[in-house]
Structure formats: structure tokens, C-alpha cells
Write a protein that binds this ligand. Structure first.
Ligand code: C5P
Length: 412
């Protein structure tokens, strides 16, 4: 790496580009020099003049600018930084990167660089969810790109969902993680934070219990709270194994993701990740599965009588781990999604499952928690209950992980 930390910042053409001016300011404040390149689209949203003014450096724009080629060729430009940051990374820019196109200065630099690349996507929710974009994302990750965001939220186009570019501070955090620093700019050769050297196992999302090859029993769960917890645990320096049922969420950077479908597979995956320091059971595990899993698709037999599904109970993963005699994690956290008597039911679960703490939330329809952005939680322990105001699932996750870290350290 160069002595002066330096990023090459490629600014794509999205309304989110206005946030880049703040990112440049934050980078400079953190002692990171910024060499900016604007795509043609990027130039429509922020001017090269403002970008250059804040960066204190020339803002590069066109590939065939002969003066630039004389001053600094595009190959050289692609190599001068420690890290290439693409923000906002539009759907188009991601597609070009994935395909290896090089038809302007930005994409040529991206193809020519020998440095790691950090991508901060920004686009409309449907564009983000489109299989083509998800394919390109998978290709970029496979090629080694680091990805931050996108966040959930209101979009400039009036829709709601994933697609908002990460906030400038979150992008700076990702840049500093690349440099092995925390947000205060302190360098740590290893991971830093109160959970450095600790392992956290998190279950998230629903489980699918097959009835036959095309049908399944499942619980409603978006997985958002569990994924946000995984991200928050990474930010505190933990090693994180996220064991997830089927959800369509982006993988939080730095997390080891283990995909499962059934409760039995989820239990096996959890056991495979033990020992750990903190185990958080956020998944909405299906309580029952069918006794037999039909190998062929069940058909209507014309009698008008529906088939009878004989159910049996699934293993209770939290209860199994909570009651472990040997190798029980120091902190076992359960969640309780209730539609009534939230605290009383949570208190019962605390005992039955031998958890150290239960995070209870009201998922009755009126609350809009299920699949929504916000959550209202109650922290239920043997001796006390603490209720928090409604906040975003991300905020809940950050505050909860801070609390779990403190509880773990108090036990040590
Ligand atoms: O019993 P109930 O499903 O309400 O308990 C919720 C808590 O137990 C959650 O933490 C959930 O992840 C966990 N659980 C589990 N395995 C099950 C059922 C629930 O780990 N089979």
C-alpha cells in the first residue's frame, strides 16, 4: 500500500451521487486521499468542479482526454490507489463491471486495476431485485469485490425497499475496515471491537418443511432482523456464522452464510458451528413438519376430500442449545414473536428454553413488524423487563449487539 492512503472513487450516475460529496469530505477528514472519476451519468448529478474542490484533486471524466493521457494514462490511474470504490454503483455500472466492458474511463480503470474494489450499489428496488442484477452481484462477489449496502428505505422514485446507497459514514466504515481500522481511525492488525476474537452464531429467516416436492410449511419471516444482527456483530469485531432459511437478502459483508431449508438442517448447521460465545436464535422455525415427505407431487383424487397431513414436532433448536450440559454458548439469546401477552409468554419461554435473555416483539398485524422496517422490542430476563421505543430493525440490531457484548464481557 502507498504511504498516504488513497482511494480511486468512481462516481456513477444516480441520484445518490449527491451523498458522494459528503463521503469525500469524510474520507479527507479520516486522512484518506481521493482521486475521483465521474462517469458521464455521474456528471449529470454532481459537477466535476464540486468533486474536485472537495477532493482537492483533479476530477477525471473522459477516456480520450489527450492531456490526461499525457499526464497520467488510464492504466496508471487505475493503480495509484489502495482501493477502488464504486459509489454510487448503478445497475448499468455493475452490469458493465460483471461483463468486463471498458467503454469509458471509469470502466476501463475498473478493468485495468489490480487493486481491490468496493461497490456501493444504488438503484430502484425492482432493478436491484431483478435476476440480472443479482447475477451481476454474484459475479462481482465471485471476482472478489467487496460490497456495502444497499440499505432498505424510501427511494427517490417513490418506492420502498432495498436499493438505497449506504450512507457516506457506512461507506467510510467499509473503507476503514479494508484498511484494518475502526471508525476512530485506530489501526488494528486483527479485527477490532469488543467482540474481537469472539464467535457469534445467528439463525435467521424461516424454515421450509417440505410436504411434497412442490409444497412446504413455513412461517412468515423476512430475515431482516437476523441479518441486521449479523451486520452489527461484524461491526463489533466478531466472527459471525449466519445460518439462514430461504430469504432474498444481500449477504452482510464479512459474514459466513450457511443456507438451510428445514429445521433439522438448521439444527445440524448450528451444532456444526459450535462452540461459540454468543448464540442468537432469531429464525422463525416451523414448529411442525409432515411425518412423511412425499417423493411425488400429491394430486387431487377427485373425491373432493382433502388429504390429511400428519404432523410431527420439529427439534427446538434454541431449547436444545439452551439446555446443553457441555459446550453451551456463554450467552444464549432467544426471540419471541407473539401476537398477545407478549411479556408473559416471553418470560415462560425464558425458563422452558433456558435462554439468558428473550427479545420479545409483538407481531400482531397492527404492529406491521412482519416484513416491515421497524421493530418494537422488550428485553426479558429473569429479574427484569426493559421495553425499547419503536426503531428500525438496523437500530434495534446495533443496540442489541452492544447489549449482548456487554453481557458477555460481564460474564468473563
Ligand atoms: O417457541 P417459539 O417458536 O415461540 O420460540 C421462539 C424462539 O425459539 C426463537 O428464538 C426461535 O428462533 C427459537 N426456536 C428454535 N427452534 C424451534 C422453534 C423456535 O430455535 N423449533
Amino acid at each position: 500500500m502507498n504511504e498516504q492512503k488513497r482511494i480511486l472513487l468512481i462516481i456513477g450516475g444516480s441520484i445518490a451521487a449527491y451523498k458522494i460529496l459528503e463521503l469525500i469530505r469524510l474520507c479527507k477528514k479520516a486522512g484518506i486521499a481521493v482521486t475521483p472519476i465521474l462517469t458521464r451519468g455521474g456528471e449529470q448529478f454532481v459537477t466535476p468542479l464540486s468533486v474536485a474542490g472537495l477532493a482537492g484533486e483533479k476530477a477525471y471524466t473522459h477516456l480520450f482526454d489527450l492531456t490526461d493521457e499525457a499526464e497520467m494514462g488510464h492504466i496508471q490511474l487505475s493503480r495509484i490507489a489502495d482501493l477502488v470504490v464504486v459509489a454510487p454503483a448503478t445497475a448499468d455500472l455493475m452490469a458493465k463491471m460483471a461483463a468486463g466492458l471498458a467503454d469509458d474511463l471509469a470502466t476501463t480503470a475498473l478493468l485495468a486495476t489490480d487493486k481491490p474494489v468496493l461497490v456501493a450499489p444504488a438503484m430502484n428496488v425492482r432493478m436491484w431485485q431483478h435476476p440480472a442484477t443479482q447475477r451481476n452481484l454474484a459475479t462481482l462477489k465471485h471476482d472478489g469485490a467487496l460490497v456495502t449496502g444497499p440499505d432498505d428505505g424510501d427511494m427517490a422514485c417513490g418506492e420502498y425497499g432495498p436499493g438505497r446507497m449506504s450512507e457516506p459514514q457506512a461507506i467510510l466504515d467499509a473503507i476503514q475496515r479494508f484498511y484494518g481500522e475502526d471508525s476512530l481511525g485506530n489501526t488494528h492488525p486483527e479485527k477490532s471491537g469488543p467482540l474481537a476474537g469472539r464467535k457469534v452464531v445467528i439463525t435467521a429467516g424461516p424454515t421450509y418443511e417440505p410436504i411434497d416436492p412442490v409444497r412446504y410449511i413455513a412461517n412468515r419471516s423476512s430475515g431482516k432482523q437476523g441479518y441486521a444482527l449479523a451486520e452489527a456483530a461484524i461491526a463489533l469485531g466478531a466472527e459471525v456464522a449466519l445460518i439462514s432459511g430461504p430469504v432474498g437478502l444481500p449477504i452482510p459483508p464479512g459474514v459466513e452464510l450457511i443456507n438451510v431449508e428445514t429445521a433439522r438442517d438448521m439444527l445440524k448447521a448450528v451444532e456444526g458451528e459450535l462452540p461459540c460465545d454468543i448464540a442468537i436464535f432469531c429464525a422463525a422455525v416451523a414448529d411442525w413438519r409432515t411425518q412423511t415427505d412425499a417423493k411425488e407431487k400429491m394430486k387431487k383424487d377427485g373425491s373432493g376430500k382433502p388429504p390429511v397431513l400428519n404432523l410431527c414436532e420439529n427439534p427446538d433448536i434454541l431449547k436444545t442449545v439452551g439446555h446443553m450440559k457441555k459446550g453451551r454458548p456463554s450467552l444464549v439469546v432467544g426471540f419471541a414473536a407473539e401476537t398477545e401477552n407478549v411479556e408473559a409468554n416471553a418470560r415462560k419461554k425464558l425458563g422452558i428454553k433456558n435462554a439468558d435473555i428473550i427479545i420479545a416483539n409483538d407481531v400482531s398485524e397492527a404492529g406491521g413488524v412482519m416484513g416491515g422496517r421497524d421493530n418494537t422490542v422488550h428485553l426479558v430476563q429473569v429479574k427484569n423487563v426493559e421495553s425499547w421505543d419503536k426503531m428500525s430493525k438496523q437500530q434495534v440490531a446495533v443496540r442489541l449487539m452492544g447489549r449482548f457484548a456487554a453481557m458477555l464481557l460481564a460474564k468473563a
